[in-house]
Design a protein around this ligand. Structure first.
Ligand SMILES: Cc1ncc(C[n+]2csc(CCOP(=O)(O)OP(=O)(O)O)c2C)c(N)n1
Ligand SMILES: [Mg+2]
Length: 333
């Protein structure tokens, strides 16, 4: 494999940044998994095994473009440039968390990065993305919106209403379907009669493609093409990324509904290992750089854990802050 197989427009530094972000997501979540019993945030969903999708997709957009996330949102947050101390502190429920410890794992958002939020309601991201894309179009801002959602969400009515409206209004939305083969314990083979969910785009007159979601470069290239089309006023694209979640649905899930063979088969298709091989063959990194990146990643995460543990919880007197405009007068305006 030669460097030509890596996109020419991606600089040496950008390729390393992609690798670092994938590794940061992986190590961040493995660290949370270790502490799962002590973390107060209810239902922590890890993105382990799916890192190439968020990182590849976010590499194809600008800092001022938008994303909407899912209940499995840490990877999207980090991929969009979110800072890990405030993410970790949020998951630990601390005042210095990105949402002041009120949101927890399933509701992380960073408006300063145009990361518009994880979402506990399956399928709720796409309609929000639609509104943001409509605003961008009406203001002539030229910004695009990536909306991530799962194979389970692919069966939600609001996703289909969103896809239809996005096409007829030619909105700059890219629908990024993370098909990890399961919606909780339900196999996609049971919940859908078609093999490739991207086929559904045809019903709305939209381009739809199915790609290898474990290949960060394939994700980048596909999203880039869709983004270029959307910026030119060509409307939305549906990109189905086939992948697999390595852990249970949540860190509390005993995960008895999937066979050991299936899990092992997918672990062999690790997106980070696959990209590492490409980078080594392309002479972008070597063993010394890999070790340096790994050590730095672990150090960043350990710092974020220490920072989170020693930071104070929100004061109980602030429990109604940011919920009601006037907490002492609930009936007022
Ligand atoms: C509207 C709604 N229905 C059901 C749930 C419960 N629920 C949480 S995650 C999940 C599975 C979602 O599967 P998928 O969209 O494939 O995303 P994945 O978890 O695989 O990333 C379900 C059913 C929910 N949170 N919201
Ligand atoms: Mg799924």
């Amino acid at each position: 494999m030669s460097i030509n197989e890596l996109p020419k427009e991606l600089s040496h530094d950008k390729l390393i940044d992609i690798y670092k972000k994938m590794l940061l997501i992986r190590e961040f979540e493995q660290r949370i998994t270790k502490d799962a019993g002590r973390i107060k945030s209810p239902l922590v969903h890890t993105y382990t095994g799916e890192e190439a999708i968020a990182v590849g997709a976010c590499a194809a957009i600008n800092d001022d473009d938008y994303i909407t996330s899912t209940h499995r949102g840490h990877g999207h947050f980090i991929a969009k440039g979110g800072e890990i101390n405030s993410l970790m502190a949020e998951i630990y429920g601390k005042e210095v968390g990105i949402c002041k410890g009120r949101g927890g794992s399933m509701h992380v958002a960073d408006f300063s990065k145009n990361m518009l939020g994880a979402n506990g309601i399956v399928g709720a991201g796409p309609p929000l993305a639609l509104g943001v894309a409509l605003a961008s179009k009406m203001r002539n801002e030229g910004k695009v919106v990536l909306t991530f959602f799962g194979d389970g969400a692919a069966n939600q009515g609001m996703l289909h209403e969103s896809m239809n409206l996005a096409v007829i209004w030619k909105l700059p939305v890219i629908f990024v379907l993370e098909n990890n083969m399961y919606g909780w314990s339900t196999s996609v083979n049971y919940s859908s009669a078609i093999k490739n969910l991207s086929l559904r785009a045809q019903g709305y007159g939209m381009k739809g493609i199915t790609i290898n979601g474990n290949d960060v470069i394939e994700v980048y290239r596909s999203v880039k093409e869709a983004v270029d089309l959307a910026r030119k006023g060509g409307g939305p694209t549906l990109i189905e990324c086939k992948t697999y979640r390595w852990q249970g649905q949540t860190t509390m899930d005993p995960d008895k509904y999937r066979s050991q063979e299936e899990k092992e088969e997918w672990r062999k298709k690790c997106p980070i290992e696959a990209f590492k091989v490409k980078l080594i063959r392309g002479e972008i990194i070597d063993q010394a750089i890999i070790q340096e990146i790994e050590e730095d990643t672990v150090a960043q995460i350990e710092f974020s854990v220490k920072f989170s543990k020693k930071s104070p919880k929100p004061d109980s007197s602030t429990v109604l802050d940011d919920i009601y405009k006037n907490p002492m007068n609930l009936g007022g305006n």
